[in-house]
Ligand binder design. Structure first.
Ligand code: ZN
Length: 43
C-alpha cells in the first residue's frame, strides 16, 4: 500500500520542484509554465 502524502509545508511547485525552471536535456533551461518561474504552487 502506497499512499502519496507529499504535502509539503512550503508550497512548492510540483512541476519544477520549486525551482521555477526546467533543465532541458538538450541544454539550457526553460521557465516553468506551471508556476511561471516563481517556483511556488499556483492554486
Ligand atoms: Zn513550476
Amino acid at each position: 500500500m502506497k499512499m502519496k502524502m507529499i504535502e509539503s509545508k512550503v508550497k512548492k511547485c510540483d512541476y519544477c520542484s520549486g525551482k521555477g525552471y526546467f533543465q532541458l536535456v538538450l541544454g539550457g533551461s526553460e521557465t516553468c509554465p506551471c508556476c511561471g518561474g516563481t517556483g511556488k504552487k499556483n492554486l
